[in-house]
Ligand binder design. Structure first.
Ligand code: PEP
Ligand code: MN
Length: 272
């Protein structure tokens, strides 16, 4: 049954029907749909969480992103509120009927995070942390795997294969830009990956224009390009005062920009 030496179970040759991720309460990440995931790069405080949740509610956005364990290039940068921050966030999100997407950085965090997470995010720096992927394969909650910093499409699919073959089929792929020779943008958002991933795999594909381009003013147009490329969802960073954000403020939308973008994403998706 091996359809490729490199991966098989995540391949469309193995399973034709698109995989639908059912997060409960009518929230899905699936083919033919447009999931919007928005929120700050980092969870910072109760006040910040409340403001973001209100913003998401106003815009009927059901999935909130935010990091509590942050993989920072410098050890001196803000590294997140940790599990206590996640617990607080969970309480507030729960009340509001909002689902949580947050990064897991290491194996030991999987279990402690479990009650408070709807989608475990595997960050670009951990795409090839194979021990982490093996352990996420044993979990019965959704996992979103980001493409590695310099990762190929095939390597992303192989990473997904680790989780899927371990028994967890609730998997989402995320294109978040790759490192190239180009310095004018933070990363090079490879929208070519979207139709290729959709053709090769039955898993839903989400685009992250925030990390993909890294420049706030250009995030909306790359998000919309992502919609037209065939993505099943868009994840972007939003904060009440982006310039005061503890991380990634330069690529973070304010609430007015986020409101406009969510509306444009839906309208663009309707044209597809
Ligand atoms: C993030 O989502 O804030 C993040 C750290 O993303 P990435 O792993 O894509 O750099
Ligand atoms: Mn970020």
């Amino acid at each position: 049954h091996i359809v490729s030496d490199e991966y098989k179970l995540v391949s469309k040759k193995w399973k034709v029907k698109p995989t639908s991720i059912d997060l409960g309460d009518g929230v899905f990440v699936k083919d033919g749909d447009m999931a919007i995931m928005a929120g700050p790069c980092s969870i910072e405080s109760e006040d910040q969480i409340r403001k973001v949740i209100n913003h998401l509610k106003e815009n009927n956005i059901k999935l909130m992103r935010g990091g509590v364990f942050k993989p920072r290039s410098s050890p001196y940068a803000f590294r997140g509120l940790g599990l206590d921050g996640l617990k607080l966030w969970y309480e507030l999100a729960q009340e509001a009927g909002i689902k949580i997407v947050t990064e897991v950085m290491q194996v030991s965090q999987i279990e402690e995070m479990y009650p408070f997470v709807d989608i475990y995010q595997v960050g670009a720096r951990n795409t090839q942390n194979f021990n982490l992927l093996d352990e996420l394969g044993k979990v019965d909650k959704a996992v979103m795997i980001k493409r590695g910093i310099s990762g190929t499409i095939e390597e992303l699919l192989q990473s997904a294969e680790y989780v899927f073959s371990g028994g967890n089929e609730k998997l989402i792929l995320c294109e978040r830009g790759i490192r190239t020779y180009e310095k004018a943008s933070r990363n090079t958002l490879d929208l070519n990956a979207v139709p290729i991933l959709k053709a090769k795999s039955h898993l839903p594909v989400v685009v992250d224009p925030s990390h993909g381009i890294g420049i706030r003013a250009y995030v909306p147009q790359m998000a919309l390009a992502g919609v037209m490329s065939g993505a099943d969802g868009i994840i972007y960073e939003a904060h009440e005062v982006p310039d005061k954000a503890y991380s990634d403020g330069q690529q973070t939308l304010d609430f007015a920009q986020s409101t406009l973008l969510a509306d444009q994403i839906r309208k663009t998706f309707a044209l597809r």
